[in-house]
Design a protein around this ligand. Structure first.
Ligand code: FA5
Length: 349
């Protein structure tokens, strides 16, 4: 009897099973308890002997249950430790750091160069009025220069016609910022304006439908072409080192007179070969632009300030500068968002 019970106790698989067994044997109506209760019906002689045996059995059983309980508790703790163990040798989860897009970096560097020369950086809208993008810049409706800027025109969504008081487009260059800034500021000043521009044209290795320009505008008294050349030469030296050279070729933009295209001498650091690379357009602000600005100011009730002023403006392609610097062969790489390309321009921190 006792032997069988002890075997059962030692085999109890869980603490719950052990407790059920304890109740079955030693509970109020337990098997052993009932036997103890039945002692009173025995004759005195047998009762003493049987009582002694049963009480011993009870102690042995209690001790065995206690021992098994300890064993099971220890096993449960060991199992929990095993299940919850952390493998400290596993490689951690990575949180890759992002980086600024290479064009954002180059744009920031360009703006910084001009800020150190006393220029203020300003922004203009990408959704622009035809008036600021063309008319105020001396490009009238049927001027052939408009064809050089294949334009994305905007249509109002149904119900929003009233918001389109004047024809709207995606700006084709950053030059409209010149007009916006002059209309609300008093010269003398020096500004640069970086931003995205859009042209509805076929894409190839050097042309995109969306690209970035940096506009510059300086207005004051007795500003000359020499100031323009000095500013762009300083920029070229800051970008490409003290031996950088800039060349100016006569060119035509309706909003400057005279107008130039400027190019920098660029030497391939690997082959040592050099060539002139066109970066952008520039020139002296055309009197017709100053007149348009004064007319606009007058409409707004502001004094005419620009007649008799002088100034220069320039606009350059930012992708060009980045492509030169990093020898990127195709402008389309900038906007394909391939990490293998973009991660090459991670800034060290
Ligand atoms: C202009 O946009 C004039 N607003 C520049 C200017 C400003 C002249 C102030 C005078 C005074 P242009 O269309 O040439 O000019 O563009 C200027 C530069 O933008 C180009 O030299 C070139 O570097 C870049 N660019 C032009 N078209 C694209 C294109 N599709 N993709 C990438 N870059 C372009």
């Amino acid at each position: 009897m006792l032997e069988d019970w002890l075997i059962e106790v030692r085999a109890a698989p869980t603490l719950e099973a052990l407790e059920a067994l304890r109740v079955r044997l030693l509970g109020k109506k337990g098997e052993l308890t009932r036997k103890l209760k039945a002692l009173k019906d025995l004759p005195p002689e047998a009762r003493r002997e049987e009582g002694k045996k049963l009480n011993e059995a009870k102690h042995v059983l209690e001790a065995a249950i206690k021992e098994r309980a300890e064993e099971l508790k220890k096993a449960a703790i060991a199992e929990r430790l095993r299940a919850e163990a952390e493998d400290v040798t596993l490689p951690g989860l990575g949180f890759p750091a992002g980086n600024l897009h290479v064009l954002t970096q180059v744009m920031g560097e360009l703006v910084g160069i001009f800020e150190r020369m006393g220029y203020r950086a300003v922004l203009g809208p990408e959704v622009e009025e035809e008036f600021y993008n063309f008319d105020a810049l001396n490009i009238p409706p049927h001027h052939p220069a408009r064809d050089m800027h294949d334009t994305f025109w905007l249509k109002p969504a149904p119900g929003f016609e009233a918001r389109f008081k004047r024809p709207m487009l995606l700006r084709t260059h950053t030059s409209p910022i010149q007009v916006r800034y002059m209309a609300s500021h008093t010269p003398p000043f020096k500004i640069v304006a970086p931003g995205k521009v859009y042209r509805h044209e076929a894409t190839d290795a050097t042309h995109e439908a969306m690209f970035h320009q940096l506009e510059g505008l300086v207005v004051g008294d007795a500003i000359t072409m020499a100031d323009l050349k000095g500013a762009l030469l300083s920029m070229a030296r800051a970008l490409y080192g003290p031996t950088a050279r800039v060349n100016f070729r006569p060119s035509y933009f309706p909003f400057v007179e005279p107008g130039v295209e400027f190019e920098v001498w660029w030497e391939n650091p690997k082959t040592g070969e050099g060539r002139w690379l066109e970066l952008g357009g520039a020139g002296m602000v055309h009197p017709a632009v100053f007149r348009a600005v004064d007319d606009l100011r007058e409409e707004k009730g502001l004094p005419r300030l620009y007649e008799g002023k002088t100034g220069f403006a320039f606009g350059l392609g930012v992708e060009r500068i980045a492509m030169l610097r990093y020898q990127i062969p195709d402008i389309r790489y900038f906007f394909q968002n391939r990490l293998r390309f973009l991660e090459q321009f991670r800034e060290e921190v």
